[in-house]
Design a protein around this ligand. Structure first.
Ligand SMILES: Cc1cc2nc3c(=O)[nH]c(=O)nc-3n(C[C@H](O)[C@H](O)[C@H](O)COP(=O)(O)OP(=O)(O)OC[C@H]3O[C@@H](n4cnc5c(N)ncnc54)[C@H](O)[C@@H]3O)c2cc1C
Length: 479
């Protein structure tokens, strides 16, 4: 069966991969000239890569790890020491570590918290552990119910000290969602904490050994095309064309550089676009339907990714770092962490600037200057003195609308992959799956979409879609 998929981010590619496995023929249409959506990367004229985002993979990403295994490329993940490393703003240039010992969960994470002496007092640790108990004991239902509170509100209700927020959770919220604890839904942090507490290697971090476009997305495309599928770049979906009964008749693809528009027809259609372009693209009759109206409750959050190349080595640390800076979120010296970007003599810092709403409209020069000022606190030895490190070049990648903004109350707006339209499905990390707006969430959503299509229309008897009936779509997490 032919399945047309709009969007070659991880959700669209994962959906196509699993459809191929089920014997279907996916045709993926990507509007841009690059694969990967939010993991897209480009090579500059010097041959250096720069990326949409600094991407960390976690041990608690079962679907991503499974996908890499199925593609035979799991060795491309470079696993780092099992630890979380934070900068200490009040002691510039120093770091505080949560080293996770190799013992069963949740004792490994608990031991890492108890052993950290810099960031939390004993009283704070005990209060936080007691506050977290309901999430551990009462499970996922409790975690989902907490979507009505911001994480800051939740911490206060649990009687947890404000200092825990400023010391640990501002950094964690910014890293996971690009917003601060007073804005982010408690469900997000509790979900991540639960995963880390339940899985022995859940909080272990890996970096890809090169650019995500080349090292992750290209092998998925090869897999799809070797099995008869297709992935077309520069093929923007312009309009979803409807039959009289409201089902999809075809995808109208915008012709670029003076070419004619083209209609692509298929048996089934998938949107793997992010939620913002999908909302714009919805056909008028669908906009009146409750299922699609709810998408109005979701929108992408702005974020900025910076790359700074220096004339010297600033650090030997081969890991993700939580900056705990008001301007920045996480960062890494990619000349240490990523094999393809390795350089023994010069650092390339990749840094995430978040929250970015006040910065997204500023010039690259302003953004780089403000970031360099922050680096004086992170690397005082290299920036404060007489012989400061020299910035050789920089790239700034702005994403005005990235993953859905995970503020309180958003969970109810996240749609199921199955829609009320018989031949139309959704994939994307914003759709309902339990891994939130992440690479794991994108891969899982694509897999769920492929499963739903295969269940509705097994290849052996790919019957006429017009006869398909479907129960009303639910909003319940399906995995
Ligand atoms: C700065 C940053 C850092 C991040 N860090 C991490 C991290 O450390 N760990 C982690 O797990 N996740 C991280 N993420 C999140 C992760 O990248 C996303 O959740 C995931 O990649 C989203 O995939 P997706 O396929 O759902 O959506 P997208 O990647 O947004 O894909 C949608 C695709 O649809 C295409 N499209 C749009 N309109 C059209 C059209 N009209 N026609 C055809 N195609 C169209 C887009 O070009 C895009 O390729 C980060 C994201 C950013 C921006």
């Amino acid at each position: 069966m032919r399945v047309a998929i709009a969007g070659a981010g991880l959700a669209g590619l994962s959906c196509a991969k699993y459809l191929t496995d089920a014997g279907h023929t996916p045709i993926v249409l990507e509007s841009r000239d690059v694969l990967g959506g939010l993991v897209a990367a480009w090579k500059d004229s010097d041959g250096d890569w720069y990326e949409t985002g600094l991407h960390a993979f976690f041990g608690a990403y079962p679907n991503m790890l499974q996908l890499l295994k199925e593609l035979g490329i799991e060795d491309r993940l470079q696993w780092k020491e099992h630890t979380l490393i934070f900068n200490q703003p009040d002691k510039p240039g120093t770091l505080s570590r949560f080293d996770v010992p190799d013992i069963p969960s949740p004792f490994n994470v608990i031991a890492s918290i108890l052993r950290n002496k810099d960031m939390l007092t004993w009283e704070q640790k005990i209060r936080f552990a007691v506050g977290l108990l309901p999430a551990v004991v009462r499970g996922q239902k409790y975690v989902e119910d907490m979507d009505k509170y911001s994480f800051l509100e939740w911490l206060k209700r649990q009687g947890v000290d404000e200092r825990v927020t400023s010391d640990v959770f501002i950094a964690a919220c910014k890293a996971l969602t690009f917003i601060n604890p007073d804005e982010v839904s408690a469900t997000i942090l509790l979900t991540a904490l639960n995963r880390f507490l339940q899985e022995r290697y859940g909080s272990k971090i890996a970096f890809l050994d090169g650019s995500p476009t080349e090292r992750l997305c290209s092998p998925i495309v090869d897999y799809i095309t070797e099995r008869g599928g297709e992935v077309r770049l520069n093929a923007p979906l312009k309009e979803i064309l409807l039959n009289a009964d409201g089902t999809v008749k075809g995808y109208l693809i915008r012709g670029l550089n003076g070419a004619e528009d083209e209609v692509l027809t298929a048996d089934v259609y998938v949107s793997a676009m992010s939620v913002d372009p999908l909302k714009v693209m919805l056909p008028k009759p669908w906009k009146l339907m409750e299922f699609f109206k709810k998408l109005e409750g979701l929108e992408g959050v702005p974020v900025i990714n910076l790359h700074l190349w220096f004339d010297r080595k600033l650090t030997e640390i081969d890991h993700l770092l939580f900056s705990r800076s008001p301007l920045l979120s996480v960062y890494a010296d990619m000349s240490n962490t990523c094999r393809e970007y390795a350089n023994p003599n010069r650092s390339m810092l990749e840094l995430v600037l978040a929250p970015a709403k006040d910065w997204i409209a500023k010039s690259d020069e302003e953004i780089v200057a403000a970031t360099l000022a922050e680096l004086e606190k992170l690397f005082p030895d290299h920036f404060g003195g007489d012989n400061p490190a020299t910035l050789l070049k920089s790239h700034v990648v702005k994403t005005p609308r990235s993953v859905y903004k995970a503020t309180p109350g958003r969970e109810q707006y996240r749609p199921a992959q199955v829609t009320p339209i018989a031949n139309f499905y959704l994939a994307g990390s914003y759709t309902m799956q339990r891994y939130l707006g992440s690479m794991e969430g994108a891969v899982l959503s694509g897999k769920l979409t492929a499963q739903a299509i295969s269940e509705a229309l097994p290849v052996a008897n790919s019957s006429n879609l017009q006869t398909l009936t479907r129960p009303p779509a639910t909003n319940a997490a399906t995995a």
